[in-house]
Design a protein around this ligand. Structure first.
Ligand code: ADP
Length: 160
């Protein structure tokens, strides 16, 4: 029974994240999607909102759980009994930061393996911050995020 942790900010979850989760489910028995409480960032959505949107978007999938954590990713991976950490790689621009994190996590916890997955090409330019900006400018984001997120963005930006 191999569990893997997929940590991120998910502010909000996008179809790119979901693509990565689907790929991870083909490799592992269970994926724990975990929302990082990052005091350095000022997110648009609260932790509870981000967890709820993930739960709703993933409700039709088996072998997934969603939670949140405060602290080190490697500690949370150990707590949930994961054998590794999933991260998504979209482009070379992601590589340097992700490489640094993966090596630091390996130094902190040599028993955990970081696995990088690439999304479908159509998601390589997609990130949560573009989605937030587009939605804030009343642009249609329905190609990029699950329906629950479209609704949440409308509520956040005060439109019905
Ligand atoms: P973080 O702040 O930890 O980067 P994100 O929610 O932005 O949190 O992303 C979580 C993980 O998902 C990261 O590994 C990121 O590279 C990956 N990711 C984000 N958007 C996409 C996408 N469109 N396709 C593939 N991976 C993605």
């Amino acid at each position: 029974m191999k569990k893997v942790l997929y940590p991120g900010t998910f502010d909000p979850v996008t179809n790119g994240h979901i693509d990565i989760i689907q790929r991870a489910l083909e490799l592992f028995d269970e994926v724990v999607v975990t929302v990082a409480i990052n005091p350095g960032k000022s997110p648009l959505f609260s932790i509870d909102e981000r967890v709820l949107m993930l739960k709703e978007s993933l409700k039709d999938y088996k072998n997934i759980s969603v939670d949140s954590f405060d602290g080190l990713v490697v500690d949370h991976a150990h707590q949930v009994g994961a054998v590794g950490i999933i991260r998504g790689l979209r482009a070379v621009s992601d590589f340097e930061y992700e490489f640094q994190m993966a090596l630091m996590n390996r130094k902190l916890a040599g028993d955990l393996t970081t696995v990088f997955l690439m999304p479908h090409e159509k998601y390589t330019y997609l990130n949560s911050s573009i989605v937030r900006n587009l939605a804030g400018l009343s642009s249609d984001v329905s190609d990029f995020v699950p329906p629950v997120v479209i609704e949440a963005l409308k509520n956040k930006f005060g439109r019905s």
